[in-house]
Design a protein. Structure first.
Length: 201
């Protein structure tokens, strides 16, 4: 049932290969499989969503990852974004605050052969400090500001973080944070988006 994804905004060959390789129908509810390759967000369990493919690809590309990269994902959801990252990088660490989603995603990713992904339940705003620093951090939920704990876990000399910034009733925009040195982070505003809120705890 694989259909071609519309990814006109993305040019990184590794990202395009990853998007084609991951079977998105495995990450959506059974009744929505026919819509798996539509370029739109879809509902999943526990009131959460799986992001539209174009946004997944765009966020991934802007991290500028390599086969040697180590990445932290905040907001595992169904595990789709983690699978895309796992097709590109050496290690993916993914945190999900809802235990049911974390357990289901971990089982799904293992069943599909993504042995380089680790999933745990926890407070995503705190990151995964014992595994830090990360070459890339990708946050799939929105907050009014980038959590300081996540910025602290971005690797020096080119480490990047991307997340949607904006409150529940405010416009949201993807913000890219690139660490240039221990004390310098350059922030760039990218696409307008709409994500579920990043909830501490």
């Amino acid at each position: 049932m694989k259909r071609r994804l519309r990814l006109e905004e993305v040019s990184d060959p590794a990202v395009l290969r990853a998007m084609e390789a991951v079977p998105r129908e495995e990450f959506v509810p059974p009744e929505l499989r026919a819509a798996a390759y539509d370029d739109r967000a879809l509902p999943i369990e526990c009131g959460q969503t799986i992001s539209q493919p174009a946004v997944v690809a765009y966020m991934t590309e802007n991290l500028r990852l390599s086969a040697r990269s180590r990445v932290l994902e905040v907001g595992t959801g169904s595990g789709y974004q983690a699978a895309v990252l796992a097709e590109i990088v050496r290690e993916v660490y993914s945190i999900e605050r809802i235990p049911e989603l974390a357990a289901a995603a971990a089982e799904r990713l293992a069943r599909l052969g993504y042995a380089n992904v680790r999933v745990r339940t926890g407070d995503g705003t705190l990151g995964w400090p014992e595994a830090a620093p990360f070459d890339g951090i990708l946050v799939t939920a929105a907050a009014s500001a980038v959590p300081a704990a996540l910025l602290a876990q971005v690797a020096a000399s080119g480490g990047r973080l991307i997340m949607p910034v904006g409150g529940p009733q405010e416009p949201q925009i993807l913000e890219l944070c690139e660490r240039r040195s221990a004390n310098e982070i350059v922030r760039t505003s990218l696409w307008p988006v709409r994500f579920v809120p990043l909830i501490p705890g």
